[in-house]
Design a protein. Structure first.
Length: 117
């Protein structure tokens, strides 16, 4: 069983930055594809960014491309999401996601990011 715990959320002004972290335990982190999703108030959960097990391949939603950077440290079993130039529309609950080599999917409980205008 894989556990994912997000941290680093909070309140920030528009144009500011935050770095989210997701610590994984209970599995072989270095083999997982990791991703961040987000869910804004009244909207469905949407994909934000993903990173391959090695970190060599990344993917971003168009809405965050050029502003957000996903990275990982396999030695620390942690994935990060650096968020720059934040906008009020980035306000959401951010969820960490792991997909194992057996295609099992795990989610964190989520963390709130609020961007004030």
């Amino acid at each position: 069983q894989v556990q994912l715990v997000e941290s680093g959320g909070g309140l920030v002004q528009a144009g500011g930055s935050l770095r989210l972290s997701c610590a994984a335990s209970g599995g072989t982190f270095s083999t997982y594809t990791m991703a961040w999703f987000r869910q804004a108030p009244g909207k469905e959960r949407e994909f934000a960014a993903a990173i391959s097990w090695s970190g060599r391949s990344t993917d971003y939603a168009d809405s965050v491309k050029g502003r957000f950077t996903i990275s990982r440290d396999n030695a620390k079993n942690t994935v990060y999401l650096q968020m720059n130039s934040l906008r009020p529309e980035d306000t959401a609950v951010y969820y960490c996601n792991a997909v194992t080599t057996n295609y099992e999917v795990y989610w964190g409980k989520g963390i709130v990011v609020t961007v004030s205008s």
